[in-house]
Design a protein around this ligand. Structure first.
Ligand code: HEC
Length: 118
């Protein structure tokens, strides 16, 4: 009981500053997809997804992934299709290769229409 009263406020203060100093940069990195990750995802889109959806994503074995076509589909369906695949079709699950965060970035990228420009 006594020890609780004797907490050194200066130490606590210092610990708080250290906590915030460390957690902010780490926290912001964790919630963002870094530039090298983006490059990797765009490469994957073209070369891996592109092998079935077409190099320009206009469609092939799989349907077109261009923004105008995806616009008609719920975002969550698109995210889940990429993560879990579609059983009974050639669409494979990517959950062992990509995190949900990476898939969400990829889906935002597809919906943004930027993928159509490459
Ligand atoms: C081996 C071939 C293959 C690869 C590789 C592949 N897909 Fe597919 N994908 C398909 C097929 C086939 C379908 C259609 C499934 C169906 O009939 O519902 C599909 C469906 C989809 C759909 C749903 C589209 C819709 O109209 O409902 C999305 C989104 C998608 N793929 C994204 C991706 C992404 C992103 C990648 C790469 C990370 C990828 N796919 C890699 C074959 C593939």
């Amino acid at each position: 009981m006594q020890s609780i009263k004797r907490i050194n406020t200066q130490k606590v203060h210092r610990a708080c500053i250290l906590f915030f100093a460390l957690s902010f940069p780490v926290g912001s990195l964790a919630s963002e997809i870094t530039f090298p990750q983006q490059e990797r995802l765009i490469h994957l889109l073209k070369h891996d997804c592109g092998s079935c959806h077409g190099l320009t994503l206009k469609g092939g074995l799989g349907p077109s992934l261009l923004a105008d076509r995806l616009a008609g589909l719920p975002r969550e369906l698109v995210v889940n299709t990429i993560l879990y695949g579609r059983s009974g079709t050639p669409m494979p699950p990517w959950k062992t290769m990509l995190t949900r965060q990476e898939v969400e970035w990829l889906v935002d990228y597809l919906y943004s229409g930027e993928a159509s420009d490459n």
